[in-house]
Design a protein around this ligand. Structure first.
Ligand code: BJW
Ligand code: ZN
Length: 258
């Protein structure tokens, strides 16, 4: 059993708004590799900018399209883990909980989370880099996926380095951070900006900010609490700690007075 601090439990019991930032670590226990794990990470054998930038894509579209195709297949074969499910259930147990995710795998939505802001897009989405069409690709003689309308290269609907985040998702995530009473940063190394800045924005705006990770992230020293452990175990334990002892608090607060 994880020892959650009285401060965290009390802040959660009285919170009106809880916001969460997630990263690849949340999906690790579903069998989706993280990016920066030295042995198993998606970037273990390549420079990140060769796979996740427009320049890298144009330099070797066959490599990059193949890498995303394999990842897409993997995501379709896996399922949400207890961490995803616990977050969906926490949203039901608390007055309001939103998720800003850097993940492109759609697993939060598949677990039943309803308010999910996808900061880095979706791996299931593809579009033509030249005309933006989302038609079914054809494969050319070199094995490259091309646009049936203009012949351009088909790219994944994710956010690469040097690209702007989707405006609506970013603004929503920033709004949630500014207005959160409690903020969780879960399973992210917190090295990629602007997403990594969200927990810091939340803290500067007065939230109680808690990290859940198997190892301290780049911003761990600037947060209120760091809980070391896998999110697939930590989040169900937190849900249990909260719902076992406190169910009445919010119900009382919102129940009719007569
Ligand atoms: C567990 C666990 C378990 C394991 N339980 N935990 C400010 C300062 C410096 C640089 C910049 C800056 N602002 C912008 C930049 C440039 C750049 C950037 O941040 N670079 C840094 C890397 C130096 N950012 C951008 O370019 C962004 N765009 C932008 O800023 O636009 C404005 C602009 C435009 C033009 C010019 C300049 C500015 C876009 C960033 C897009 C990132 N895209 C990627 C690829 C997405 C597509 C794909 O999926 O392929 O997003 S990169 C990759 O990293 C992916 C991830 O979402 C992202 C974050 O990774 P994440 O999720 O943290 O994974 P890991 O592997 O790093 O960490 C996993 C963690 O889990 C670890 O901590 C483990 O310990 C933990 N863990 N198991 C709990 N069971
Ligand atoms: Zn096209």
């Amino acid at each position: 059993m994880y020892p959650f601090s009285d401060t965290l439990l009390e802040r959660l019991r009285t919170a009106e708004r809880v916001a969460v930032l997630t990263g690849a670590g949340v999906s690790a226990e579903s069998g989706v590799p993280t990016f920066r794990d030295a042995q198993t990470g998606l970037y273990a054998n390549h420079r990140p900018e060769d796979l996740a930038s427009e320049a890298g894509f144009r330099a070797d579209p066959l490599l990059v399209q193949g890498w995303y195709r394999e990842r897409r297949q993997r995501v379709q074969q896996v399922a949400p883990n207890p961490g995803h499910h616990a977050l969906a259930q926490l949203a039901e147990a608390l007055p309001y909980l939103s998720i800003a995710t850097q993940n492109v795998d759609g697993l939060h939505q598949r677990a039943g989370s309803r308010v999910v802001h996808e900061l880095h897009g979706s791996i299931m989405d593809t579009y033509c880099i030249d005309c933006g069409a989302r038609e079914q690709a054809y494969i050319d003689k070199d094995g490259i996926e091309r646009c049936p309308i203009c012949g351009g290269l088909m790219r994944p609907g994710v956010v690469w380095f040097g690209e702007m985040l989707p405006e609506a998702a970013w603004h929503a995530a920033e709004h949630e951070a500014v207005n959160a009473d409690v903020y969780f940063s879960i399973g992210t190394s917190a090295v990629v900006y602007p997403a990594a800045g969200l927990p810091l924005i939340a803290r500067a705006s007065g939230a109680y900010v808690v990290e859940i990770n198997v190892a301290p992230s780049a911003i761990a020293g600037e947060l209120d609490e760091v809980l070391l452990g896998p999110s697939g175990e930590m989040l169900p334990a937190l849900l249990k700690a909260l719902t076992n002892n406190h169910a009445p608090t919010h119900q009382r607060a919102h129940a009719p007075t007569n």
